[in-house]
Design a protein around this ligand. Sequence first.
Ligand code: SAM
Length: 269
Amino acid sequence: MSSAGSAPSSPLHTANVARMYNYLLGGRENYAADRQAAEHLLAMAPGTRELAVANRRFLERAVRHAVEQEGVRQFLDHGSGLPTADNVHQIAQRHDPSAHVVYIDNDPVVLAHGRALLADGPQTAMITADVRRIEQVLDHPDVKRLIDFSEPVAALFVSVLHCVPDSGDPPGIIRRVVDRLAPGSLVVLSHLVSEDERARRRLTDFLDGVTGGNWGRVRRPEEIASWLEGLELVEPGLVEVSAWRPDPGDVPGPQSSEWIELGAVARVP
Ligand code: SAM
């Protein structure tokens, strides 16, 4: 994609989280505004590119764990993002060809790029929906068609709920999904956090500004931990994403003083 020739009033002049993340991961589905914003972010918080890569690796390991170790074969990928090298259905179906996956994102750009790549068979679907209206997600015809809620489901919220402001009630979103899930289901969560109040404020304000208000909040680690209360944390619990069951050869995440990403897999009792 290219931003050449866009009018100044074009939405392409506003950065977008999905495309900034795509840029950080080395993808090509991004515009100049996304690249500029991402570079600015890298100057503010060096290590953010490694952090994005580590987050994606966490998602891959968590999905593989869900299929191989927990026998889960249904996935709801909330805030799925633009397609990357290895997407949830490819990881899951490699280990269990019968796996069903529904991708959910509120960004029409993700739908445009994702539909062909992500919804490439009768067992996968991609829908445009906002997780803040989670009942619309759970009652969507494609979700009803592909997901059997009487069987375990892995509900992925990987690097998405920091895009949701407090008014969107992120813990309530998780709770309302968990209420629908059968025992043995999983919540896979990752979220940007910082112990440093000034860093939280600076990064939140920056991302809110460059995305035109389509951002939530960098939160405190304790807030994220509280969202998983009542669920059984799979070992090693809520940790920096690269420390969650690393594979041989996985590198530790950046030791950024600005922010880190925490990740966990939690089982519905
Ligand atoms: N989950 C992927 C991963 O971790 O590799 C992509 C994460 S990307 C940082 C965040 C994604 O969440 C973007 O594609 C964005 O469009 C999507 N998103 C943000 N707010 C959302 C909302 N309220 N409802 C649905 N998707 C949302």
